[in-house]
Design a protein around this ligand. Sequence first.
Ligand SMILES: *Cc1c(COP(=O)(O)O)cnc(C)c1O
Length: 391
Amino acid sequence: MNVSRFLPYGRQSIDKDDIEAVAAVLASDYLTTGPTVQRFEAALAAAIGASCVVAVSSGTAALHAACAAAGVSEGDQVIVPAVSFPATANCARFLNAEPVFADVDPDTGLLLPEELERLIGPATRAVLPVHLAGTAVDLSAIRASAEQAGIKVIEDASHALGARYEASAIGAGNGGTDMATFSFHPVKAITTGEGGAIAVNDVELWRRLLAFRNHGIVRDSERLEYESPGPWYYEQQELGYNLRMSDIQAALGLSQLRKLEGFVARRRALAARYDALLEELPIRPVTRPEHRSDSAYHLYSVLMDFEEIGVRRADLMDRLRERGVGTQVHYIPLPMHPYYRARGWSVEKFPGAQRYYRRTLSLPLFPGMNDSDVDVVVENLQQVLVELGAG
Ligand SMILES: *Cc1c(COP(=O)(O)O)cnc(C)c1O
């Protein structure tokens, strides 16, 4: 069966109304951080039930700003799962702190709370759990350890916009996490081209995020260190960056946000179809633990024992690509990257991450797919496995 168009593992869904929203801002008075960014922040805060949202230029910028606001600085340690995108660990390095990798569950890829407990030490400042593929980590266990140790919890929720944990949306703070960061890269739940945001409930953290996003500049007269000589006056009180989102990006974000529920519902329906069809194959969807949570299905990742069935993953990916089916591996364990090896890390110490990495593959999943696209992916997968002599 042929695929009528190439199916990547993920992609954006842009409609005419998104294009019109961006065009309207281009004709307005503000291109960069203006009223549309504020509207986007308010709408996102309302959608997830957070008190405040700070929009920034990328998900990476959101992690950087969140760590800075949490007071992460030179010599500190930040605990990060061994399976994630590099930005989750790099944000510690931006601030001259060190990421400390924690092993993950081999069947879910999620941070193991007992590992967190074991790794917390006097230099630990924060933990950055990742809701991999949109499935929530065991937040209550992580919160409990963090609270006891007096460290901050910053959720890397890049995959989890639209996911729920217990009674509330990811990003709402869930009664004890300090901040949650989101990414609006085109493969994520909604897109702004490039973009990100931090959800926060504490006013002091919110103020620090706003300053960090804009060079460390403070204008609020009550917070100035010196007396203001006039209306032009502002103070740069700390070192910040230009991490601002533009109104052009925010217009796209606002338009996309209106579709979030529909996007997530579509992802869920497609995932359920995959789950049912894959029962016939030597492939299991990545385990999605209950934790009283609903996944946002950022990725549809499966686990296959490639060694046991005698198939090379690279061959499978190449053959699928030739047939128009894109796949990807999420993620190479962070301690395997040359940059982190050079800092003394080795993947040998992470049996959970190794076992997850050896077996995982992400299949196409995005809201623009039809039910028949799922059927086509599974059919091609089945045929390629036969071709490659899977046992
Ligand atoms: C996408 C992503 C990021 C980085 O987001 P950008 O918007 O690409 O900077 C960080 N962490 C995880 C887990 C991601 O998937």
